[in-house]
Write a new protein. Structure first.
Length: 83
């Protein structure tokens, strides 16, 4: 699956977290420089494909799945991993 630049930025920001950590949409906006509406669209696409998932408790927080961590390590996305 090829990622858009926005998907790569969001997945890159999520992939640097410890697996137990998660970010809110607002935190993802600050980390990626993307607007909130774009973050929501990207998270929906990433969650539908099993690359990111929301946390079940409290305010909506998002984390990268193992599949997402593996996908963002592909050489073509090296500029986005760790953003």
């Amino acid at each position: 699956m090829a990622f858009t630049e926005q998907e790569a930025k969001v997945l890159g920001a999520l992939s640097i977290l410890d697996p137990a950590q998660a970010l809110t949409v607002r935190q993802l906006c600050r980390a990626t420089g993307l607007p909130e509406t774009s973050i929501h669209r990207v998270l929906l696409r990433l969650s539908r494909t099993g690359l990111a998932m929301g946390t079940p408790q409290g305010p909506a927080r998002w984390r990268c799945t193992e599949r997402g961590r593996l996908a963002i390590t592909r050489p073509v996305y090296r500029d986005y991993a760790g953003t």
